[in-house]
Design a protein around this ligand. Sequence first.
Ligand SMILES: Nc1ncnc2c1ncn2[C@@H]1O[C@H](COP(=O)(O)OP(=O)(O)OP(=O)(O)O)[C@@H](O)[C@H]1O
Length: 312
Amino acid sequence: MPLQVQQLNKHYHTVTAVNNLSFEVNQGEIFALLGPNGAGKSSLVKMLVGFTHADSGCIKLIDGSQSYSQIPAHLLGYLPEDRGLYPEKTLKQNLQFFSSLHGVSNNDFNKRCEYWLDKFSLSSRINDPLKSLSKGNQQKVQLISAILHEPKWVILDEPFSGLDPINQELVVEFLAQLKQQGMTVILSAHQMAMVEKLADRVLLLNQGQSVLYGDLTNILTTQQARVIKVQFAEPLDELAVNELKDKYSVEQIKAQQLQITLLEEQSLNTLLPSLLVLGDIVELKNQAQSLHSLYLNAVSEHNKKLKQGAQL
Ligand SMILES: Nc1ncnc2c1ncn2[C@@H]1O[C@H](COP(=O)(O)OP(=O)(O)OP(=O)(O)O)[C@@H](O)[C@H]1O
């Protein structure tokens, strides 16, 4: 396992940014860090790249026979939260500067620069000052600057931010291509539709804690089995529905239709008798879940648990 994070903690004064976090990133995968604003994603990324240090816990990266306590600069391509290129310099000068820091030869630089600028439809702007580009196009140049040296590990903090849907799709292709070339990609993002297309595995953070973690396809399939849509023959009695709401997470979609999300400790077997009391069932089926709705549910459940814990 090339990257292992164990029981990591990071505090800023009274704020716990990362709370007892453990996870692993497999070589060659696209690993998505998700979570609401302030969940701790950037704090975690800064520790992974060695910009800040954990208060406790450990990070272990294995590369061949070497072991590191962060992702070392020579293996890393990094798109930081605070973007930092030189606005007065041309696209080529910016890209050349970052490549030279990593010792990329002129020949390799020219080939890769031409290739990626073409991919992002920026070839005609190569000699323009960066500041003359739109914000989104500047972001694309910054993405290219992070990978021109073809690092083994790529960490991208919000690569989709500020991009229109067409350019978001281009970044999806860009990331898929990095994976194809054998790079391991860790990205933080708020665009669940993009993450769903791309990510092999995800870690959803809320208030510094892990809320969902694992293989994305498995998570979506498991969750689909937990969300049940039930169609009744007759409109439902309000009091009876409220009683069901005391025991289950229930959303009344129409007068004759409910959607129930089962918690981990609940099952369809125990739910069924409570449903039959409500009336005749016409149809009962699993509801496909998007990562977006899964994210909202998981964060909301976690916030409820934290609130209940605080009240005890
Ligand atoms: N340098 C700092 N000093 C004090 N508090 C900080 C610092 N950096 C982060 N925090 C706090 O740590 C928590 C986690 O912040 P972080 O930036 O890691 O979240 P995030 O998930 O990256 O958020 P976003 O999606 O908005 O970028 C927040 O409460 C934030 O205010």
